[in-house]
Write a protein that binds this ligand. Structure first.
Ligand SMILES: [Fe+2]
Length: 269
């Protein structure tokens, strides 16, 4: 089961070092920004990355959205070594303006939304251990980079994610934020899309979790795929402790960009 990056926990110990560059535009997120210490990764950590990627790619080549697969190539992810976030961002920024920015762990909601609104994706730098190959409760680099970042190369998805952050940053009501959190869950984390008559995955939770994706691909017991409907998405309570029983299929990424704007007007921002 993947995780959202939104949380209220204090920053966790991280192999990265404190950020040295001032990033003054990020007021709330500043305490959580670090530098990725790529040279400190061990051979074992690179081997874990390789094993995770190698396990996921065959299924994704068949079942991932073309947007994800193209993004994977465009940002230059390597199978056999952990990504260097500066290199990823150097390929991503000219395309969509997004940056994969190293952070120390869970972010408070205001910092998270602030970063999305600035086209900076909060990216953790530690990698799960061999004991947690299928699931880790905390965000880590395989879920964050392999699962999320390729989609940031898609221009419309990129605009949607920034718009989502901007809208959420302007919300004060906890109820409204919870409803918008469900939009994030059923798109960014667990989104599926109709492509050439088939259901393809683009949500990071499906991309990075072999169990969740297999549940979808094999149409596991209790799984229901509904057509995307903003009101229904925002009414659907999420239970993160089980395989997702309901997924919402979009027709295009324009649909979720418009949904973020529609949510803003419905929730009275
Ligand atoms: Fe995620």
């Amino acid at each position: 089961m993947p995780t959202s990056l939104v949380g209220s926990a204090e920053p966790k110990p991280d192999p990265g070092k404190p950020a040295t560059r001032p990033q003054s535009e990020l007021a709330a997120a500043q305490p959580y920004l670090i530098e990725q210490d790529w040279a400190a990764y061990t051979l074992e950590q690179h081997a874990i990355w390789k094993e995770l990627v190698t396990r996921r790619l065959p299924q994704l080549q068949q079942h991932a959205s073309i947007a994800y697969l193209e993004g994977f190539e465009q940002i230059g992810l390597q199978v056999d070594q952990l990504p260097q976030l500066k290199q990823v961002s150097a390929r991503l920024e000219p395309r969509t303006g997004w940056n994969s920015t190293p952070v120390s762990g869970f972010l408070p909601a205001d910092a998270f939304f602030e970063m999305l609104a600035a086209r900076r994706f909060p990216t953790t730098t530690w990698i799960r251990s061999r004991g947690s190959m299928e699931y880790t409760p905390e965000p880590e680099i395989f879920h964050d980079v392999f699962g999320h970042v390729p989609m940031h190369a898609h221009p419309v998805f990129a605009n949607f994610l920034q718009e989502y952050g901007r809208v959420c940053a302007g919300l004060k009501s906890a109820g409204a934020l919870e409803r918008l959190g469900r939009l994030f869950w059923f798109t960014v984390e667990f989104g599926v899309i109709h492509e050439a008559g088939k259901i393809k995955v683009y949500g990071s939770g499906l991309i990075s979790s072999h169990g969740e994706c297999t549940h979808l691909v094999e149409r596991g017991p209790g799984l229901e795929i509904r057509e995307f409907d903003l009101a229904k998405v925002m009414d659907t309570v999420v239970d993160v402790s089980q395989m997702q029983p309901v997924l919402y299929a979009i027709e295009s990424f324009d649909q979720i960009y418009e949904a973020a704007r529609e949510a803003e007007s419905r929730l009275g921002v």
